[in-house]
Design a protein around this ligand. Structure first.
Ligand code: PLP
Length: 442
């Protein structure tokens, strides 16, 4: 994992952190990872601020789950109110889930807008369900994904998540295509190039005796390294998949709910309407709620033949959290704010790019910004080591970001959507200082 704490370095931590690290290892086992060279012990949050156990304040430029701010009062109140009144599942009549489904569907374009909503607890479950629906609808098993995709932690979704690394097996009928790397390819031909890669994967699936059930893509290719340009890239690939009898599943778990600034959904930047859009992370501002929107005809047979029940998915409290979160996004105009603050941030980063040689590319849409750290601008050779130094340098200055992409060399900046100009200035000032230190130490 990019930006993972190395447990062998535990000896260098202060006594209390070391004790916590050791307890985690003993109690939670070996599969969990911590962030940062010096793990942060967070005890409280508000808006874009976090506080550690010693009372130090951090600027959170990383956490997209709490998109309307840590401990947002509207969401907290909605959850508390509903928890006092009723917390139960979807097998009783209740207005809450219907009001929310209506409100949510209205945010999609035709096709999905008059489709259905199905609720889960996690993004993994949402993608898992989407794949089951796609396979049932098409009669195929083939799934096309990008080379560093992450779509979840269940058996089926880990099987479409190559970013988990070589030790995590991919599923049988999975084909990986390169991500549309706008930094290393000519952007003008990238949509056709991407469609050609997808075409090749379809042909291979068919030649091996199966067909394509779905092209499953994160609409902003976030774990691949955050590729947000060109827009309108997904259309030609979607056409090829549909012509071969498959579906387009847009994974909006990271980039949905306004993060991309120009629209509520990442796929809208590509001017496509997917067959299924999967949702999660920021949906309940930290309360576990996720799900999908699906075209009516796509889920018709599946729903007729197979019942769907999820004990906690879509429970009354989850829906209250989701409804309150969407309410804040709409009432506080957070999509437009994401665009405005994100543009300031990208402009500031471009200014840093002019002065710091290690920045090869700055790209972003709304409050999802990626900064490519390279060893050499000519060769564009990725420098994951330097990216890690920068991430940890910022953490020492109490600004939290992380890194992503195949080589861990893309700084990943995706703060809560309530991030404002002052926050952007603080991030830019600290990043400038860390870049200068890194260059001096190089
Ligand atoms: C693009 C994407 N899809 C799916 C998931 C899985 O979501 P969850 O962790 O809620 O299961 C993630 C989580 O990081 C994600 O980034």
């Amino acid at each position: 994992m990019n930006n993972a704490f190395n447990p062998e370095a535990a000896q260098g931590l202060d006594p209390h952190s070391r004790e916590l690290v050791e307890r985690r290892a003993r109690l939670l086992g070996p599969a969990y990872r911590l962030f940062y060279q010096r793990p942060v012990h967070i005890v409280r949050g508000s808006g874009c601020r976090l506080w550690d156990a010693d009372g130090h304040e951090y600027l959170d430029a990383y956490n997209n789950v709490v998109s309307v701010g840590h401990c947002n009062p509207s969401v907290v109140q909605a959850v508390e109110r509903q928890m006092r009144e009723l917390c139960t599942h979807t097998r009783y009549l209740h207005d809450g889930i219907l009001d929310y489904a209506e409100r949510l569907l209205a945010t999609f374009d035709d096709g999905l807008a008059n489709g259905h909503v199905m609720l889960t607890c996690t993004g993994s479950e949402a993608n898992d369900l989407a794949l089951r629906i796609a396979k049932y609808r098409t009669g195929h098993d083939g799934v096309i994904i990008t080379a560093e995709a992450y779509h979840g932690n269940s058996e089926q979704t880990a099987g479409v998540s190559p970013s988990l690394g070589d030790n995590s097996p991919l599923g049988k009928w999975i084909r990986c295509v390169p991500a549309p790397d706008s930094y290393r390819n000519d952007s003008s031909g990238l949509a056709e190039q991407f469609a050609a890669w997808v075409d090749k994967a379809i042909a291979d699936l068919e030649r091996q005796g199966n067909g394509v059930a779905a092209l499953l893509v994160d609409s902003a290719f976030t774990s691949d390294g955050i590729f947000v340009e060109p827009t309108e890239l997904l259309g030609p690939a979607a056409e090829r998949v549909r012509a071969a009898g498959g579906l387009l599943i847009a994974d909006e778990v990271q980039c949905g709910f306004g993060r991309m600034g120009s629209s509520l959904w990442g796929h809208q930047r590509h001017r496509v309407v997917p067959d299924i859009a999967t949702l999660g992370k920021p949906m309940g501002n930290g309360y576990p709620v996720a799900g999908l929107a699906v075209r009516a005809e796509v889920v018709a047979d599946f729903g007729h033949d197979i019942r769907y029940f999820n004990t906690f998915g879509g429970n009354t409290v989850a829906v209250a959290a989701a409804d309150a979160t969407l309410g804040v996004i709409e009432n506080e105009d957070l999509v437009a704010r994401s665009l405005a603050t994100g543009s300031e941030l990208v402009a500031g980063m471009r200014e840093l790019e002019a002065r710091h040689q290690c920045i090869g590319d700055v790209r972003g849409s709304g409050l999802y910004v990626g900064i490519e750290i390279v060893a050499d601008r000519e060769t564009k050779a990725p420098d994951g080591g330097k990216a890690a130094t920068i991430v940890n340098g910022l953490c020492e200055r109490r600004v939290l970001i992380s890194a992503t992409g195949r080589y861990g060399n893309v700084l990943k900046i995706r703060p809560p959507l309530v991030f404002d100009s002052g926050d952007a200035d603080r991030l830019l000032t600290e990043l400038d200082a860390v870049l200068a230190e890194t260059a001096a130490g190089a």
